[in-house]
Design a protein around this ligand. Structure first.
Ligand code: FAD
Length: 415
């Protein structure tokens, strides 16, 4: 008889884990209160970020901190309650962002990112989802020569060390690719081995169908309680109980609640982001995903319209939506690209599940047998779902692993 597994959370991460376990012969039930891919994995910017070998550090220079303090920036905002609630994890985040510590983290993080497109390809093929993928890379635009030069130097280093590929575009090359972008942007880095997705939630749904084709089962249920039993794990849900020998916790930012209940003090904190879709004005066309780097928002030509996504808001998971950051990003974006009407009745918001050392948690729970963790993927969970799925699938079935899992173990926080 196949070993039974429950996976809690059908975002990009949980769905990918479920797929890899089903492929390896586990009898898997993927549990979510929503259909697959309707939360954080729905509303993101849809970039499979092969270039993102350097995770987002906490700003440490006094100039940047002074600019963030008045709380009016587009790229980062904070709410005092959120800062207070996450004071411990944020302090750790600041410490891990110190240059020496950060230099150790980058190659560990890169070991996952470097496999991201290959592992997505496996699932794209299984899901027959090629129509959702674009392979033209994406653009990071710059307004000042100094920052443009700095970022090119970083890109060259990442090319040498981690196989990131890019081209540098001056103003006229950028204009040839994006004729409707205003000339406040003087040039761009074109990340050429990253992919983009025209419907991120749709890709997760397609992956969930590939999971079902491997014999997996999707269960729509709101989990209210989880507990170990003598033979494995039990979930009490709004529509009954579910039991299995193993449980994978892959509930994105909601993982925090279950961790607390199980007595794990893992320092996860949310970084909120917002999005809104727009019609392009007149015959304007955006051909590529475009980030206004120094301002801190992104425009993505998706199926639903041009999706504007914001940077980070440090708040609590439950904190009420505040739209000032999105409104400010929209104002800046309209000066650069002819956006038309808003298409959604309300802005979408979601929370990036972040760990202070910028790395996800992937592996066995330290104190409970049959419990496995796959959460905390921060800014790049959409990119890292499939490689996480493969790595955890290999760990749970005792196969040799495709990369060293040590940097991602939960025990690193209990030292
Ligand atoms: C604005 C923005 C832009 C982003 N852009 C990118 C990008 O371009 N590229 C990239 O790689 N990443 C991006 N990210 C980050 C990425 O979206 C996340 O890291 C990723 O979606 C996390 O996936 P997940 O599967 O861990 O969580 P989720 O997608 O949130 O899935 C968790 C699931 O758990 C379920 N769940 C929770 N509690 C319960 C319960 N009690 N019972 C049943 N089900 C439950 C939820 O319904 C949900 O479906 C972005 C994030 C934001 C906010």
């Amino acid at each position: 008889m196949a070993r039974t597994t429950l996976v809690l959370g059908a975002g990009m991460v949980g769905t990918s884990v479920a797929y890899h376990l089903a492929r390896r012969g586990r009898a898997v039930t993927l549990v979510d209160r929503q259909p697959p891919g309707r939360e954080t994995s729905f509303g993101n910017a849809g970039i499979i970020q092969r270039e993102a070998v350097q995770p987002h550090p906490f700003p440490r220079d006094v100039g940047t901190l002074a600019r963030v303090l008045p709380n009016r920036r587009i790229d980062i905002r904070y709410r005092p309650r959120g800062m207070l609630a996450a004071a411990g994890p944020l302090f750790q985040y600041w410490r891990h962002s110190a240059p020496l510590r950060y230099a150790d983290i980058v190659p560990e993080y890169a070991s996952l990112i470097m496999r991201s497109t290959d592992e997505h390809q496996v699932m794209v093929d299984a899901a027959d989802a090629e129509a959702l993928i674009r392979r033209e890379g994406w653009l990071e635009g710059f307004r000042s020569q100094r920052v443009f030069d700095e970022q090119q130097a970083v890109a060259r280093d990442n090319e040498t060390r981690f196989g990131v590929t890019f081209e540098t575009l001056d103003r006229s090359a950028l204009q040839a690719m994006e004729p409707y972008l205003g000339d406040a942007v003087i040039g761009a880095i074109h990340w050429t081995n990253a992919w983009t997705v025209v419907d991120p939630g749709g890709l997760v749904q397609a992956y969930a169908q590939a999971f079902e084709a491997e014999g997996g089962q999707c269960e729509r249920a709101d989990v209210e309680h989880l507990e170990p039993t003598t033979t494995g794990w039990r979930l009490t849900t709004s529509s009954g109980t579910l039991e299995a020998e193993e449980l994978v916790l892959a509930a994105g930012p909601w993982s925090m609640r279950w961790l607390r209940e199980l007595g794990y003090h893992l320092p996860m904190f949310p970084k909120r982001g917002y999005h809104m879709h727009y019609a392009p004005a007149g015959d304007a066309r955006l051909n590529h995903w475009f980030m206004d780097f120094e301002t801190g928002y992104l425009l993505a030509p998706m199926r639903a319209g041009v999706r504007l996504t914001t940077g980070a808001e440090l708040t609590t998971l439950e904190g009420r939506a505040q739209h000032g950051q999105l409104d400010a990003a929209e104002k800046a974006a309209r000066k650069l690209f002819p956006l038309g009407e808003r298409r959604d009745p309300e802005p979408w918001s979601g929370n990036r599940p972040c760990m202070p050392d910028m790395k996800p948690v992937i592996g066995p729970a330290p104190r409970h047998s049959g419990l496995w963790f796959a959460f905390g993927h921060g800014h790049q969970g959409f990119t890292l779902g499939p490689v996480t799925g493969r790595l955890l699938g290999e760990m749970m079935t005792g196969e040799p692993t495709c990369i060293d899992p040590t940097p991602f173990r939960a025990e690193r926080f209990s030292r």
